[in-house]
Every structure is written in C-alpha cells, then in structure tokens.
Design a protein around this ligand. Structure first.
Ligand SMILES: Nc1ncnc2c1ncn2[C@@H]1O[C@H](COP(=O)(O)OP(=O)(O)OP(=O)(O)O)[C@@H](O)[C@H]1O
Length: 699
C-alpha cells in the first residue's frame, strides 16, 4: 500500500522521498516529532503525511488540523496540497495559523455565550490597537509615542501574553527601560476588557481560557481534530503549546516538524526549550530525524553545520547533503557601506534573473542604503517589510529640522525641535520668548533680543547664527557631518541614546543611512525630495512581488524561503550579533547570543548555490568590528582548507613557498610542516599561518 502511495507522490510531486522522510510520513497515531535540518523537506513531509492519513487511513480531511507559522505558509501549503490531491480534498483540509484557529474558538464561544468581541488589529479600524496604546502612553507619560517605542511596547505586551507571565514577574525578570510600562500595560488590559476588545495576543490567551473553562467546547474541538500537525514547531510560544496540548489530549495524535536550530522568535515568546523537553511532556513520543539538505551546495552545507554546532542548547543533528560542491562561501571585506552596495550591484547587474537573488539583513534599517543604490542603477526590487519606521524616525526628523532652520532661519517650530540638542545652553524660557515673537526676524535675531541672556550667552547665539549660515551653504552630506560635529548633535546622541532606550550602534546606523541618501544630492531641497521618493519607491515595491525583482528582507521574514543567491549585509559586531546579546553573553547569559547565531544560520541556509557574507570596517566614518560570526566562519573555512591541504601533503613531495621558493617536505605534524628549501635550507613553519596567508602552493 505504502509503496504505491509513494509512487503516486513521486509521479504527482516529482519528488522521491528518502527513507527518513518516508518513515515520518507513515507515522499515524501518538505523538511524534520530526527534527530536521534546513532544506530537509519539512513542508513536503507535512503535506505528504496529510495525504497519507486521508488516502491510506480514510481519515476525513476535516479531522486533520495543520498549524502553520504564517498566513502565507498556510496558503502555500493548501495550494501545494490541492495541486497534488485535487481541489476536492484540498478544500476540506485545514491549514491554519494558530491565531486564526484560536479566533475560531473565540467566535464559537461568543456565539454560545451571546457575547461579542471586537478585533482591534489593523490600521483601517477607527479604534485600533496602536491608537489606543498611543493615547494611553500620552496620558501616562505626557509625551508622544514614537515608532520605535511603539514597537518596543508591542513586543513587551506580546512577550508577556505568549509567555503567560504576570506583569510583575515580567518587570522583575526584564530590566525594561520603558517609562511606566506596568501602568500602561494595566490600563490597556482594563480598557480592552471594559469594551470587549481583543488583539492578536488576546486571541491566544482568551481561547486558552475558554478551553480551560468550557469542557463542552473543549471536547468538541478534541473530537473534531483527531490529528494535529504543527509546522515550524521551534517557534511556537508557551501559550500556543498549551492550546495545542489541550486540544490533542488525551489521544496525543500530535505531529510536530521542527528545527530547533532555526528558532528565532525568543523575543516574542518562542520556547525552543519545550522542544528539547518534548518527550517528558508527551511520553512515548516517536522521534524522526531528517538530516539531508536538498537545498544548498555541499560547500554551504558543511560550513553551516560547523557554524551551528557552537550552540550548546540544541538537539545534535548532522547536516548532510548529496548535492555537489559549488562556489565556496565568499567572505567579502569592504571598507564601508558604499563599497558593499557597489559589490552587490556589480554582481546582480550582470544577471537577467533578479528574482533568484535575495539581500538579507539583521535590521530593517540596512535596506535604506541598499535601496538607494538599486534605484540609482534601475534594478527592480521587492521589499518584504515595506512599512518602514525609518522615515518617521526622530533622528531623521531632527536632521531635517536642522536643515530646515539653515534653509529658513525664521522657522521657529523646527528650531524648537533641536535647540537643546546642540549643547548651546539655550533655555526653555528663551524658546518660549521666540515662539511668542512676531517672526519677522530669524530665531537667532529674536534670541539676541531676549532680556534674560547675559553677555557670554549672546556671544554664543551670535556664533550659532554664523554656524547655521555656514550650514546653509553646504551640500546635504557635508551639512549632516557639520550637524554631527560642529553643532555637537553626535555628542547629544551619544550622551542620551541609552536614556532614550537606544543603543548607540543603532543610532549610528540611522545617521549613516541618512548620509547615504544625502550623498548624491546637491541641495537641501533635493535631499528632502529624495527622502519622499525613496519612501514611495519602497512602499510601491510591493507591486513587484513575484516579479523579476531582487528580494530584500530581514532574516526573520526570510524564514522558510530559498534563493539561488544570498547576500548577507552589514555584518558588524554590535549590529549582528546585537549589542544586547554581546553584553548579556559577557555577563554569563548566552541565550541571546545563541539566538543570534541561529538567526545568522537561518540567513545562510536560505542559499542554494551562492552565499556572500559581507562585512565592513567603517560605518559613518567610524571604525567598526567585523561580526564575530564572520570571524568564526573564516576560521571554519580555514580549518576546512587545512584538512583538504593536509590530505595532499606527502613527505618527499615538492612544495613552493611565496617567500622561500621551492623545496621538499621532510616532516608534517598536526600544526607544523618542515621543508628543506633548495636555496634557504631547512625551515619549520606553522601550517595554519601559512595557509591563512596563502603562502604555500603544492607543486
Ligand atoms: N526527497 C527530496 N528530493 C528532492 N528534493 C527535495 C526532497 N525533499 C524536499 N526537497 C526539496 O528541498 C527544498 C527544501 O524543502 P523545504 O522547503 O520543504 O525544506 P524545509 O525543511 O521546510 O526547509 P527550511 O526549514 O530551511 O525552510 C525544496 O526545494 C524541496 O522541493
């Protein structure tokens, strides 16, 4: 029976499942976990097992629930399933995200309990989550909630809900610098409760509460979903695991496919530790391993495997492949971002098929400079997360305000944004005086009339006036450097970033990208127009989805995807791995750094044949360190080379050294090679250092 099933799969799918995949596909009852490496065909196995249950065990497709990580993955899986097994069965099979499954529980309950809940996610609604949070933040903190802080607030709330924490426990365990976080959190929770509002996180907590308190409903779901499958099991959160546990009990027909090495959502409450603990949660679990990678070339697979092995908290797996060697991973070391973009653009523009290439980065800010280059070279691109907070970032707004004052010194509103950010001791009272004045003169002339200033302060204002005059004559790029240094904005940023909740590295990256946009512009006006055009181009890139366009994405959002060529950019220590993970590691907590490594690994394993790892030595003209992960890769690659070269070294054979000329090998140990050179005589050399510097050549 099973062999004809696999023949059918082979015929329809054109994929011949391997032995490990077949074993997993044939699993029927009880808990099972499939631990797989990247590119091992997890999705393929999940779809095939669904078919096996339906076709060979007569399970009604409606009784199988497959939980995917994203809506796109659910759609993709349903499409793939329908294309093989037909629309009939396909339309009945349930592929759903955990959120939409949870929402169906809430809707069922609401109907029974005659309650109504309103979802407050999405920008279209007049009452949406962000508006409510902004209002609460304004009331509590008496200030405006900027985009970055909003992200942080959302992430904290989501983490608490996903980890099933009490607010006090969260505060104790996480040293958050967010102003009055618990007050904001409590107000948000009670506001929602009062109005029967729910957000995405509440879908999970509320559906879990419903299942716990309503046994009739719980049994209905248990009976309905006889078989539950979970894709990307490494990124399910605590609350999600609890919902799944409740539904599958007592039969525990739960089939999870996962790669703990690809768990990258710890900050949102993903708990890969539960995967490691799966057997104690579900006794009699059957374990399946899928270690063959079908995606990447041998060179990439070997290095990725060595790289991820450094993590301590993981299931030990061995990444192997039958794919052949291709171009080795290339580590590209360039001076700055300009050279980085030049390198990528030169490589990409040689090709006709842009859709085969993806540019991946740790932080969204990295796409700004890259997009600037792609636009200038008319290379079509698609940006995965086109909603960019960069264009509303306060640092950009500050820079624009400086330039606006230079352009029009009567612009008191722009001056109000920056007067205290340049270390000129201008008091709040004097600014109130300016704002009340009739703006027929420049802000500086009005300040010079302010009665509260002493002689030396007036002198400072006069020199500030001259400085802004000088700024107005500079091109935007030089102007921004002038703002940073002469107007001391960089000092303000350095001194205040921590208290504002930012790392200096992240601020440096923002300034650096603003300067990249400014670089090719001649006037302030042109710079401001370019900013608008770029914002529009990034938003409009959504129309290039699925077309012949280069794919730009954060690594988080590239999970599950594959491309012929991958360029990983901005690989600088402090950015990737993040500064927070490095600091935690130095204090003895390695968890964050291990997650950063997994993220790096996810990025690398998206590549089929070309993987270029690009690192910089300066950013915004300041020296930066290559990412420690890049250094490790170099080390791994060197060791690999050493192994390969050692295999070719034979005592007695001739060898050539770039400094000492030719000679014969007389001895080889683990780390040294002794050569009798024809001219220089006998020398004992470090094999490692010779290979690192590329000094030896086998004749
Ligand atoms: N038995 C097989 N023979 C040939 N190709 C296969 C086989 N199984 C899977 N593949 C191919 O390997 C590639 C990776 O498969 P898939 O995307 O399902 O892997 P994955 O395990 O979900 O990867 P990741 O976790 O890295 O996203 C796909 O192009 C798929 O078609």
């Amino acid at each position: 029976m099973s062999s004809s099933f696999f023949d059918l799969l082979k015929m329809k799918y054109s994929i011949d499942l391997n032995k490990q995949q077949k074993q997993a596909v044939l699993h029927k009852n009880g808990p099972a976990i499939v631990l797989a490496v990247p590119g091992a065909g997890k999705t393929t196995v999940l779809i095939s097992r669904t078919a096996n249950l339906i076709l060979n065990h007569n399970i009604n497709p409606e009784n199988i629930l497959s939980i995917t990580f994203s809506k796109a993955a659910a759609r993709d899986m349903k499409d793939r399933f329908s294309s093989i097994f037909g629309q009939g069965i396909g339309s009945k099979a349930n592929f759903s995200t955990i959120h939409s499954f949870a929402y169906s529980i809430i809707r069922d309950y609401a109907c029974i309990a005659k309650k109504s809940y309103r979802l407050i996610e999405g920008e279209s609604s007049s009452t949406n989550k962000t508006l409510i949070l902004r209002e609460i933040y304004r009331t509590v903190n008496n200030s405006f909630l900027n985009e970055d802080k909003l992200e942080e607030l959302l992430s904290h709330i989501s983490y608490i809900k996903n980890m099933m924490l009490k607010i006090d426990d969260f505060i104790k365990a996480n040293n958050t610098s967010f102003n009055n976080f618990s007050e904001i959190y409590n107000l948000y929770e009670s506001y929602k409760k009062e109005h029967n509002y729910i957000d995405f996180d509440d879908m999970l907590t509320l559906s879990y509460e419903i299942l716990k308190s309503n046994s009739k409903l719980l049994n209905k779901y248990r009976d309905k979903y006889e078989y539950v499958q979970v894709d990307e099991g490494q990124d399910t959160s605590k609350i999600q695991n609890e919902i799944i546990k409740a539904i599958v009990s007592p039969k525990n027909n739960l089939f999870i496919v996962a790669d703990d090495d690809q768990s990258i959502y710890g900050f949102r409450g993903a708990v890969p530790e539960e995967l490691l603990d799966f057997k104690s949660i579900y006794p009699n679990t059957k374990m399946f391993y899928m270690e063959e990678n079908y995606r990447s070339s041998k060179n990439i697979v070997y290095i990725c495997n060595e790289f991820i092995k450094k993590n301590t908290s993981r299931y030990i797996k061995n990444l192997i492949t039958s794919n052949s060697n291709n171009r080795p991973i290339t580590i590209v070391k360039v001076k700055d971002q300009y050279q980085q973009y030049k390198y990528i653009i030169e490589n990409i523009s040689k090709k006709q098929c842009f859709y085969n290439s993806a540019i991946l980065y740790r932080n969204n800010i990295s796409l700004i400079g890259m997009v600037e280059g792609l636009i200038r070279h008319n290379i079509p691109f698609y940006v995965r997360d086109s909603k960019m907070s960069f264009f509303n970032h306060w640092v950009l707004k500050d820079i624009v305000a400086f330039l606006e004052v230079a352009l029009e010194p009567k612009n008191s509103l722009a001056f109000e944004k920056i007067y205290y950010k340049m270390n000129r001791y201008i008091s709040k009272d004097s600014i109130s005086y300016v704002l009340k004045a009739n703006m027929s003169h420049s802000v500086f002339d009005i300040l010079l009339e302010y009665p509260g200033f002493q002689y030396f302060q007036l002198d400072r204002i006069r020199s500030l006036k001259r400085e802004f005059k000088s700024l107005s004559r500079k091109n935007p790029y030089e102007g921004i450097s002038f703002i940073e240094k002469e107007l001391e904005y960089a000092n303000y940023l350095r001194d205040n970033c921590k208290s504002l909740g930012y790392s200096y590295e992240s601020i440096k990256a923002i300034i650096s990208n603003i300067k990249i946009i400014a670089k090719e512009t001649k006037t302030i006006q042109e710079f401001l127009e370019k900013l608008n055009n770029m914002q529009r181009a990034i938003e409009d890139s959504r129309y290039n989805k699925g077309k012949n366009a280069v794919y730009l994405s954060t690594i988080h959002s590239a999970k599950g995807l594959e491309f012929e060529e991958i360029y990983m950019i901005d690989l600088v220590d402090g950015d990737f791995p993040s500064q927070a993970s490095i600091e935690a590691f130095e204090e003895g907590n390695y968890k964050l750094l291990e997650e950063e490594r997994r993220l790096f690994y996810v990025g690398m394993t998206r590549a089929k044949t070309v993987l270029d790892i690009i690192t910089l030595s300066t950013m915004n003209n300041e020296e930066v360190q290559n990412s420690r992960f890049v250094k490790e890769l170099e080390w791994i690659m060197l060791s690999l080379k050493e192994i390969q070269v050692k295999k070719q070294l034979v005592v007695g054979n001739e060898i050539s050294h770039s400094k000492f000329g030719k000679g014969n090998i007389i001895n080889i140990t683990n780390d040294t090679i002794t050569i009798k050179f024809h001219k220089e005589g006998k020398k004992r050399l470090s094999l490692h250092s010779c290979l690192e510097k590329g000094l030896l050549e086998i004749v």
